[in-house]
Design a protein. Structure first.
Length: 277
C-alpha cells in the first residue's frame, strides 16, 4: 500500500512539474488564413528546419508518402468550393500529403485532416491525387514553408518550399454568380455600390456596358473625386470611348495634383499615354 501511495504522489508531482514546462517545439506550428475571392482558405501546419540535413532523397525519401512538414499533417480548410490544379474540391477541411520524386510530386488531398504523421496513412482516405512538377530554387529555404502567393480576386498559388525545392499548387475559385447576385441585391437598396460594382465588372471582364453605367452613376453621386475620375477613364477606355477616357483622365489628373496625390497623378499620366494622348 505504501508503495502504491508513493507512486501516486510521485506521478502527481511529476505531472505538476511537466505542466509548468515551457519548451519551444522542434518544429514550430503556424496557421495562416488567406482570402481567395470572397471566402477564406485556412492552412494549419508545422515547420521543421533543415538543420544541416539533406532533405529530399534522404530525410524525406523519394517514392514514399510524406506528411508535408512535421508533427500532424497539414489541415486545409476551404470556406467555399475551389479548384486545385483543375480538380474541384467542395468546401470543408482536408489533410495534405505528398509523394515526392526527383521529377514529379504526387499531391494527395485526404478526407482525414487530423492525423499524426503519415504512419497511419491509407489510400482509402484519399479524396483525390494529382501530379505536379517541382522546381529548383537558387537558394536554400531553411525552415519548411507553405504560403499563399500571387493572390488575385479569383486565384492564388499555394507554394511549398524547403531546401532548394519548390512546388506550386494553383488554386482557383468561381464566385462570379455569388458576387454579381450580391451586387444586384445591393442595387435594390438605398445605398447603391456603384463604384464597387463598376470596378468588379471591369476587373473581371463581365459586362463593360454595365461597368460604364455604374461608373457614370458613381461620378454623378460624387462629382470631382480624383479616384472616381481615374476609374471612369479606365472603364471608358476599355469600352472603346477613347475621347471620354482622355477627358476624364485629364480631369482626374488635375484633381490629383490639386490634392497632392502623386499616385493618382502617375496613374492618370500612364492612362493618357495608353490612350495615345
Amino acid at each position: 500500500m505504501k508503495t502504491v501511495i508513493t507512486t501516486l504522489i510521485s506521478l502527481t508531482l511529476s505531472t505538476g512539474i511537466y505542466a509548468q514546462l515551457k519548451i519551444p517545439a522542434a518544429s514550430s506550428g503556424t496557421t495562416i488564413t488567406q482570402k481567395v475571392g470572397i471566402h477564406d482558405v485556412t492552412l494549419k501546419y508545422s515547420r521543421p528546419n533543415m538543420n544541416g540535413r539533406k532533405i529530399f532523397g534522404e530525410l524525406v525519401p523519394y517514392g514514399s508518402v510524406w506528411r508535408l512538414g512535421a508533427n500532424g499533417i497539414p489541415a486545409i480548410t476551404f470556406e467555399d468550393a475551389v479548384s486545385i490544379e483543375g480538380h474541384k474540391i467542395e468546401a470543408g477541411t482536408y489533410g495534405l500529403f505528398a509523394i515526392p520524386e526527383k521529377d514529379k510530386w504526387t499531391i494527395i488531398i485526404s478526407k482525414k485532416s487530423n492525423q499524426w504523421g503519415s504512419y497511419a496513412y491509407s489510400q482509402a482516405d484519399d479524396l483525390l491525387r494529382f501530379t505536379v512538377k517541382p522546381s529548383t530554387l537558387s537558394y536554400a529555404v531553411e525552415t519548411y514553408t507553405m504560403s499563399f502567393d500571387n493572390v488575385t480576386p479569383a486565384a492564388a498559388i499555394l507554394s511549398i518550399e524547403w531546401d532548394h525545392t519548390q512546388v506550386q499548387l494553383h488554386i482557383t475559385v468561381d464566385q462570379k454568380a455569388e458576387i454579381t447576385a450580391s451586387l444586384d441585391s445591393a442595387m435594390a437598396t438605398d445605398k447603391k455600390p456603384y463604384m464597387q460594382a463598376a470596378q468588379y465588372y471591369y476587373d473581371n471582364n463581365i459586362d463593360i456596358k454595365k461597368a460604364v453605367e455604374y461608373i457614370n452613376e458613381a461620378d454623378k453621386a460624387q462629382p470631382n473625386v480624383f479616384y472616381i475620375k481615374y476609374w471612369k477613364a479606365k472603364i471608358l477606355l476599355k469600352s472603346g470611348d477613347k475621347a471620354g477616357a482622355i477627358a476624364n483622365a485629364k480631369e482626374g489628373l488635375e484633381l490629383a495634383k490639386k490634392e497632392n496625390i502623386q499616385e493618382y497623378v502617375n496613374l492618370n499620366n500612364e492612362l493618357l499615354k495608353k490612350a495615345g494622348k
